[in-house]
Design a protein around this ligand. Structure first.
Ligand SMILES: N[C@@H](CCC(=O)N[C@@H](CS)C(=O)NCC(=O)O)C(=O)O
Length: 207
């Protein structure tokens, strides 16, 4: 029996990353828009899927049995990658480890300080926020080395590392010193024209 996938979310970085992974894995899914401005993420319907009241949430339904639910964007990315062997995550141990290295570099050294800076800014802690933003941009500059010999972040093939990288780089594009980062710029253009990436970006906007 075919599984039906639903991606519940909104046009935010975490949701877009999950949508790009589903698109790149070639999976068919339905988008369920959660209107954050109306607080739908904290309503009873959404909390029955994710008690934390956050998006994205992936729901997989198979027949009459209980639905399988994932409530973390990165778990959704890995689940999509596992469903499409070799497309987003290579099986060879060494290559896979490099994909993990770059994927977690972007999560911990770029996305995490970026999200923390956003949170501090909301608290009025502008100094702390500015320092984290600086840290995020220095890490982005380090990524020039990853794409200096290869087309993608972790080698010659697109992977989940590119999904993590592209989603955050595109959100801070205007602040990146592109003149100093010619290889990163070429990588950014190469990934930006992928139809699956474009569809992932649009997943929550066209509804
Ligand atoms: N660690 C979670 C974070 C989820 C998260 O913070 N989602 C945000 C949108 S990107 C959210 O639901 N915000 C609404 C709220 O907190 O009310 C993940 O990666 O999925």
């Amino acid at each position: 029996m075919n599984a039906l996938l639903e991606l519940h979310g909104a046009p935010t970085g975490n949701c877009i990353r999950a949508a790009i992974a589903l698109e790149e894995a070639g999976l068919v899914y339905t988008v369920r828009l959660v209107d954050l401005s109306k607080g739908q993420q904290t309503g009873a319907d959404h909390r029955s899927l994710n008690p934390a009241g956050k998006v994205p949430v992936l729901v997989e339904r198979k027949g009459d049995g209980p639905a399988f639910v994932l409530t973390q964007s990165n778990a959704i990315i890995f689940y999509a990658a596992e469903k499409a062997p070799e497309r987003l995550l290579p099986s060879a141990a060494g290559h896979r480890a490099t994909v993990y290295e770059r994927f977690f570099f972007f999560l911990t050294d770029v996305i995490a300080p970026g999200h923390s800076a956003f949170f501090l800014r909301g608290q009025g802690l502008h100094d702390g926020s500015a320092r984290l933003v600086e840290r995020m941009f220095s890490s982005i500059e380090l990524a020039e080395q990853f794409v200096s010999a290869d087309a993608y972040m972790a080698g010659s093939c697109f992977s989940i590392a590119d999904i993590a990288a592209y989603s955050i780089v595109s959100s801070v594009e205007a602040g990146i010193p592109w003149d100093r980062l010619p290889k990163l710029r070429r990588w950014y253009e190469r990934v930006g024209v992928r139809p699956s990436v474009a569809r992932g970006f649009q997943a929550f906007s066209s509804r």
